[in-house]
Ligand binder design. Structure first.
Ligand SMILES: C[S@@+](CC[C@H](N)C(=O)[O-])C[C@H]1O[C@@H](n2cnc3c(N)ncnc32)[C@H](O)[C@@H]1O
Length: 220
């Protein structure tokens, strides 16, 4: 998915991926990361997700990364934050709330000096938003931003890719192993199954089975 695709989605308000509530897997399973409060959590490809607020409410320092300026300004406006964008290399930095930093730039160009030391990553609809070749780049770049001991909380879908063009893409367990298995210990935390319905993964035929897996990955 090239950057123009996402800019156009935001411009046209085609943001069906945005959840109006905090992600239930985050609420149910994040505790299993055992990450201490006040550590820094990276949220790549964060959109205007309410999950940023939930993580900050748990007293984590949250660093969101998002390409779209529209997402950044909607995030601020919808949550009554006022933030003055600061210019950084290739984008902007906003500080909407004391515990939330919002890097508005291309994830693939974000550096360690911009993120600071990251203890955890929350990935919902980030890896699965990208086509296969970009997923490899994403996994490599994310890995490079992390030190040993850092954890990734990852939610991924599996479905019959021949029935729908992504995004979101099907990213099965064997691919998670290929992308991260060498550098991370991978724990599967939960598997759930549901059926496609018009409001969710709308391009799939109705009642098509979808599996959602939650993983916690720990960098070796
Ligand atoms: C499927 S949405 C998911 C957003 C968010 N994680 C959520 O759960 O609502 C993917 C987001 O990634 C952003 N994005 C895509 N490519 C990106 C990139 N290279 N760098 C930063 N953000 C990117 C898009 O603008 C979009 O907001």
């Amino acid at each position: 998915m090239e950057t123009a695709f996402w800019h156009e989605r935001w411009k046209q308000h085609q943001t069906g991926f945005h959840q109006k509530e905090v992600n239930s897997h985050l609420k149910n399973y994040w505790g299993q990361t055992d990450l201490p409060k006040s550590s820094a959590i990276l949220v790549p490809l964060c959109g205007k997700s309410l999950d940023l607020l939930w993580l900050a409410d748990q007293q984590y320092r949250v660093v969101g990364i998002e390409l779209s300026e529209i997402a950044a300004s909607e995030f601020c406006a919808e949550n009554n934050f006022q933030a003055v964008p600061q210019n950084i290399e290739g984008g902007h930095l906003l500080q909407p709330a004391p515990l939330i930093s919002f890097l508005c730039k291309d994830f693939f160009k974000v550096t360690r000096s911009e993120t600071g030391k990251i203890s955890g990553v929350y990935d919902r609809a980030a890896l699965v938003a990208l086509p296969p070749e970009m997923r490899k780049k994403y996994a490599a770049h994310l890995t490079a931003l992390l030190d040993a001991g850092a954890k990734i909380f990852l939610v991924a879908f599996e479905y019959d890719q021949s029935k729908m063009q992504g995004p979101p893409f099907s990213v099965p367990e064997n691919e998670i192993l290929e992308l991260f298995g060498e550098q991370f210990v991978i724990h599967e935390i939960n598997v759930s199954e549901f059926r496609a319905e018009p409001a969710r993964l709308a391009a799939l035929p109705e009642k098509e089975p979808i599996r959602e897996r939650v993983y916690i990955l720990e960098k070796k």
